[in-house]
Design a protein around this ligand. Structure first.
Ligand code: PLP
Length: 429
């Protein structure tokens, strides 16, 4: 059995210890290309696994329902101060357990049931909580969806970008109470300015869901929506490289409503161990090295996309400006579905996710695309040359998907590459 590098992972439960070691082995010997994942620092993991998991602290610093929260109050205050400083925001709530709960808290805090919300459609890159029929959000609020501009063959203007004309028409027609900017599968920079203009024109509130790009914004690689949006939600575990969880930033005028919507509106006691880990991550994200890291993420994604394009893959919207590349597999191989590609790549130690592409003729379970991201392997130290190599691995595995020898030999090369770029190398026994 491979033993894990952290003493904290040695539990008195051999079954769990063994599974933790197996996951450590998986994460460090295969390529992590899921755009929503990252490798957190040992400091973030230490705080996540800390004694704070014992404490109940319903309420907010200085206003708790149970005793014994002197230390916890300082931790949550520290996390809030670091976060407002990082993004230049008025107010922060660091308690949401996840990105989905942060979004629902904003809707419940600022809207009434049945109010109209304008969000990006799921199959165009929006998130489930932006009004997908499969999400409970669509039961309680009236969602209207905007989309992307049509794809075009003009290389200078490839389309598949947020369609602000469509957004403005829908806003004028439906008079939403809230407009949502932000996406989950969209490889382009999102300019907050036109969103604010349209929101002002129709008297709507503006929420930005920056779950994916929060780290890129913190590092200065992407424009910040904070000066423009009434509320900004994001997860802390994607490009921001913190523990699993989320946070909400808002203008002072909305602070009370947002805080009450999170607790007692939606959640019970906050996870203070995860909040301490968020504080660690916020400090890391404020360092100059983090800005360099986010620039490298974007540089790597551009290089990765270009290499994949040279192998015959089509990038949705013809390019990338963030940490992800959304691939349309149809031109590469009309028979190859996202589902099969994901499964074959998994066998070669390349972890990705199938993803719908705009106007995908296949179902969300099958799909015609895959989404890959550079945030995690950039943390591990990979640069453009390694991503070019990974593009080559992907091409060889998908072309040779019926040949076990090809899959096995790429898997070995993947393990060798990961061995050179182990994010936790310094912590190995
Ligand atoms: C990931 C994501 C979420 C949800 O985050 P969870 O922590 O999985 O609930 C919400 N919005 C967007 C845009 C996302 O990409």
């Amino acid at each position: 059995m491979v033993s894990s590098p952290f003493d904290a992972w040695i539990t008195n439960d051999s079954e769990v210890t063994s599974l933790l070691a197996q996951e450590w082995e998986r994460e460090t010997t295969t390529l992590q290309l899921i755009a929503s994942e990252n490798f957190t620092s040992p400091g973030v993991m230490a705080a996540t696994g800390s004694i704070l998991t014992n404490k109940y602290s319903e309420g907010y610093p200085g206003r708790r329902f149970y005793g014994g929260n002197q230390v916890v109050d300082e931790i949550e205050d520290l996390a809030r101060r670091r976060l407002t400083a990082l993004f230049g925001a008025d107010h922060a709530n660091v308690q949401p357990h996840a990105g989905a709960s942060a979004n629902v808290a904003v809707y419940t805090g600022l809207l009434n049931p049945g109010d109209t919300i304008l969000g990006l459609r799921l199959d165009q890159g929006g998130h489930l909580t932006h009004g997908s029929p499969a999400s409970l959000t669509s039961t309680f609020w009236n969602f209207v969806s905007y989309g992307l501009t049509p794809r075009s063959d003009d290389p200078a203007n490839p389309g598949e970008l947020i369609d602000f004309e469509n957004l403005r028409e829908l806003a004028l027609k439906h008079r939403p109470k809230l407009i949502i900017g932000g996406a989950t599968a969209y490889a382009r920079e999102i300019d907050p300015v036109p969103f604010r203009e349209i929101a002002d024109e129709v008297g709507a509130l503006l929420m930005f869901d920056s779950a994916h790009v929060a780290g890129l914004i913190a590092g200065g690689s992407h424009p910040s929506p904070v000066p423009y949006a009434d509320v900004v939600t994001f997860t802390t575990h994607k490009t921001l490289r913190g523990p699993r969880g989320a946070a909400i930033l808002c203008r002072e005028e909305h602070a009370k409503k947002i805080d009450s919507a999170v607790f007692p509106g939606m959640q019970g006691g906050p996870l203070e161990h995860a909040i301490a880990a968020r504080a660690v991550a916020f400090k890391e994200a404020a360092q100059p090295e983090f800005a360099t890291y986010t620039q490298q993420i974007v540089t790597n994604a551009k290089a990765f996309g270009a290499s994949l394009e040279s192998k015959g893959f089509r990038m949705v919207s013809g390019g990338t400006e963030n940490h992800m590349v959304l691939l349309d597999l149809r031109e590469y191989d009309a028979e190859l579905t996202g589902k099969v590609a994901q499964e074959v790549l998994d066998r070669a130690g390349i972890t990705t996710n199938r993803n719908q592409i705009p106007d995908d003729p296949r179902s969300p379970f099958i799909t015609s695309g895959i989404r890959v991201g550079t945030a995690a392997q950039t943390t591990a130290g990979m640069k453009e040359a390694e991503f070019a190599q990974i593009a080559d691995f992907i091409d060889r595995v998908l072309r040779g998907r019926d040949n076990e020898t090809v899959v096995a030999s790429v898997r070995e090369e993947v393990a060798a590459l990961c061995g050179q770029f182990n994010p936790y190398a310094n912590f190995t026994k």
